[in-house]
Design a binder for this molecule. Structure first.
Ligand code: FES
Ligand SMILES: [Fe+2]
Length: 431
């Protein structure tokens, strides 16, 4: 259990809060590049601040306060021009640093009024299909180039980015990443209950956890699990998979490598990215070239029309338990058990990093501005345990995840099915 005041300290992210200040030390993804191509002006809410992200007419990116200092209209309805963003109401023009460049109907021009009309502007940069922003004090730290952000598409590899706004506090989502045993219940027994009601085959995710373990490492925490029937040589135990402090889970297998990235929008909303790389066996690599023209980003549906969570994907099952704990759950009435040891470790790590930040000490994964290198992270390569009843197509089982809402993956699965069917025809006719 966690006292209410300590819970506030770990969960609140607005300006001036301890956790809000810690998050302001990191580059955070705020949108996808593809979404910004579709519409170059996008309202975003990050760490309790209402902001507008835009691509200007010279190809640069900017992130500024949403509220226009003239009479308060939303710059989210503005338009890019002259290397900046114009307010939709009277055309005041702002650059990416928040400097007011023009006040068209103010005569004569008033440099002091322009100076007083400055708004907030934050550094932005694109990498790996995502747009990242830094909301903290200058100078920004070096961008931590975690491996997947640096990969290139082609030769059987492609990227696919699902995103959704999850209506709950970010910590509930992160704590789920330190909770291995939920897999056997939420994604195993509960899922099998629903599949059984529909007359479908059960999953293979219900295996009982014999033991779990967590190791503190340089960039976060590695979690390990051992299920009935596995040995300590199994990758689940030997390699495990990492949570990168403060807010990225790396997970994969079966040709998938992915980050689940959780960005606090405010105390009760979290922007969630499923940042995924797929690598197909060589035999199907040509099929990847045929889907690269499709968008690499998609919104994920987690709830049905009546607002209840869908129970037919692993990710919507997760979202259900994140959100039903409450917008920002209380923790003074919880009863942690031995299966929650990873959660306790993560909370201790958060508290230690909050203290370090408050004392002006270095904090985890905040690099010096001159640091510039790729950070490789471990990950199991084994099967994800999704494959029951899905036949020969190595990617079909991913449609049990939120990837079913992707524009690329279902098309690739369809194409691979056709290649497999062609191969079987060829074998049959050769006989
Ligand atoms: S309210 Fe923005 S220019 Fe007038
Ligand atoms: Fe889960």
């Amino acid at each position: 259990m966690l006292r209410a005041d300590l819970n506030d300290r770990l969960t609140q992210v607005g300006p001036g809060t301890p956790m809000g200040e810690l998050y302001r030390r990191y580059w955070l993804p705020v949108a996808t590049e593809t979404d910004l191509h579709d519409n170059p002006v996008k309202r975003v809410r990050i760490l309790g601040e209402d902001l507008v992200l835009y691509a200007d007419d010279t190809g640069g990116l900017g992130l500024v306060s949403e509220r226009c200092p003239h009479r308060g209209a939303s710059l989210g309805y503005g338009f890019p021009e002259n290397g900046g963003l114009r307010c939709p109401y009277h055309g005041w023009l702002f650059d990416g640093e928040g400097t007011c460049l023009e006040q068209p109907n103010q005569t004569p021009d008033s440099p002091s009024l322009r100076e007083r009309s400055r708004i907030k502007g934050y550094p932005v940069r694109a990498l790996g299909g995502l747009v990242f922003a830094y909301l903290g004090e200058a100078p920004p730290p070096a961008f931590p180039r975690f491996d997947l952000f640096t990969w290139q598409e082609g030769e059987g590899k492609f990227r696919d980015i699902g995103h959704a706004v999850i209506p709950c506090n970010w910590l509930q989502i992160m704590e789920n990443s330190f909770d291995p045993t939920h897999v056997e219940w939420l994604h195993g027994r509960l899922y099998n209950y629903h599949l059984g009601r529909e007359g479908k085959e059960p999953t293979v995710l219900g295996g009982h956890h014999v033991k779990i373990a967590f190791d503190l490492v340089e960039y976060g925490i590695i979690k390990r699990r051992l299920r009935e029937g596995q040995s300590e040589e199994d990758e689940d135990w030997r390699v495990g998979h990492p949570v990168v402090f403060p807010n990225i889970l790396k997970v994969g297998g079966n040709g998938l490598a992915s980050f689940q990235i959780r960005v606090p929008m405010d105390d009760t909303h979290t922007l969630h990215f499923w940042y995924q790389w797929f690598e197909v066996p060589e035999r199907f690599a040509d099929q990847v070239d045929e889907i690269l023209h499709l968008p690499d980003t998609y919104p994920v549906t987690l709830q049905g029309p009546d607002g209840s969570f869908l129970m037919d994907t692993i990710d919507s099952q997760d979202a259900m338990v994140w959100v039903t704990q409450g917008g920002r759950t209380s923790r003074d009435d919880e009863h942690l058990s031995s299966s929650d040891q990873g959660i306790a470790m993560y909370r201790n790590l958060l508290r230690a990093q909050l203290d370090a930040n408050a004392n002006g000490e270095s904090v985890m994964n905040v690099l010096a501005p001159e640091d510039d290198y790729v950070i490789n992270l471990p990950q199991e390569q084994k099967e994800l345990g999704l494959d029951s009843g899905t036949g020969a197509n190595p990617f079909a089982s991913f449609l049990r995840l939120q990837s079913r809402y992707s524009q690329r993956l279902p098309e690739l699965v369809r194409r691979i099915d056709a290649v497999i069917a062609d191969g079987q025809d060829a074998v049959t006719s050769a006989h």
